[in-house]
Design a protein around this ligand. Structure first.
Ligand code: KG4
Ligand code: ZN
Length: 356
């Protein structure tokens, strides 16, 4: 009965320009719920960060994250509806991140969203976290339409994607090993900066000189547009260990500035090549690392030099949030994809563009 109803309601969403969707996000350490109208207009965006809880461990502890999602999520969903000033009856659908991410953390959001969709008798839409990050740009740039190239740089992914239309994703390149955000976090830990590393490395880099060469040889853009951060990360770790062994002072600010420069320069050059290959004139940035000012500046500089525009969401929509999940679900529903049943399961690994 629920399933038939949900299917009928979902079909109507293809032509509903002002559909109101509740998004739920719990893939890592942010518990979030948001209400978005028409894929672009945020009615509420509630984020309960667990940063303070995980800081004492120096990083996200998956089991602790799951437990805290369980504690926080029901109240966060209520708060999102209240802040949006709507009742559950006014929702057209419920959307949830079902992957990629920490499996236990994802399961909490998936279970809550299933229960909620069933309770209010509304369709449930399964959203891919990477695709949601890209969709954050539809919120911050209300006139943005595909085609464009997206650079998704987060704690778990560093990908260059061609986005020909709202529901199309083609891989152009990306990291072969660590994600850029992971490298930022590791560098932060190595030099003794607290979790989350990225924003702290950015802050310290401002006070430093980028005069340490961690790469022994200058790296060029690879023909397959592949990137790698594990070598750079290890080079920073070795550099710091050597200084410690010698009892020398660690030049934290200079390390942060130099690491950022080397990480960002090659990424910017590789991104230029990706935009050229895809034949696009627009680049959008997405994911937590997209809030990094040095990365933004490098890509804007390349965009000016090579004739493509660059846009990115404000920091609160770069890092994990549920507004981007609701936005992504809206464009899926318009394309008649993404409806799932109550048997939806979480997936720790998920490629983009393959919808349920
Ligand atoms: O997208 P996100 O919130 O979660 C994942 O999906 O992974 O990204 C989190 C990552 C973390 O590695 C964090 O250190 C990094 O984004 N990050 C930054 C900045 N803000 C967040 N990295 C560099 N500079 C920043 N300002
Ligand atoms: Zn994310």
């Amino acid at each position: 009965m629920y399933q038939e109803n949900a299917k009928k309601q979902f079909e109507l969403l293809q032509n509903k320009k002002d559909a109101v969707i509740l998004g739920v996000e719990s893939s890592c350490d942010e518990t979030a719920a948001a209400v978005v109208r028409g894929g672009r207009f945020v009615l509420s965006n509630i984020i309960a960060s667990q940063i303070d809880i995980h800081r004492r461990f120096g990083g996200v502890v998956p089991e602790v994250a799951s437990r805290n999602h369980t504690l926080a999520l029901p109240a966060i969903i209520d708060e999102a509806l209240k802040a949006a000033n709507i009742t559950s009856k006014e929702l057209d659908a419920v959307a949830v991140t079902y992957g990629a991410g920490l499996i236990g953390a994802l399961l909490v959001g998936v279970s809550a969203a299933k229960a909620y969709a069933y309770a209010i008798d509304k369709p449930l839409i399964a959203v891919n976290h990477i695709e949601a990050h890209v969709a954050a740009n539809y919120i911050s740039h209300p006139t943005l339409t595909p085609p464009f190239v997206a650079l998704v740089a987060s704690g778990g992914h560093t990908l260059l994607l061609d986005i020909p239309d709202y529901n199309g994703y083609e891989l152009l390149g990306g990291t072969l090993d660590d994600a850029l955000g992971e490298a930022f976090d590791k560098v932060a830990r190595t030099v003794g900066l607290p979790y989350p590393g990225g924003p702290n490395v950015e802050r310290m880099a401002k006070a430093g000189k980028a005069d340490i060469a961690f790469y022994k040889h200058a790296k060029g853009v690879r023909s397959d547009l592949a990137l790698s951060y594990s070598g750079l990360k290890t080079a920073v770790v070795n550099y710091v260990h050597t200084l410690r062994q010698k009892g020398e002072e660690i030049p934290v600010a200079d390390i942060c500035a130099s690491f950022t420069q080397e990480a960002v320069e090659l990424l910017a050059k590789t991104t230029v090549e990706a935009v050229k290959r895809a034949g696009r004139t627009r680049l959008v940035l997405a994911g937590g690392v997209a809030s990094n000012g040095d990365l933004r500046a490098a890509l804007e500089r390349e965009g000016n030099a090579h004739g493509f525009s660059v846009s990115y969401p404000p920091p609160v929509l770069c890092t994990d949030n549920a507004a981007m999940v609701a936005s992504r679900a809206y464009f899926m529903a318009r394309g008649n994809i993404g409806l799932v049943g109550l048997d939806l399961n979480a997936k720790s690994h998920l490629t983009f563009g393959a919808h349920l």
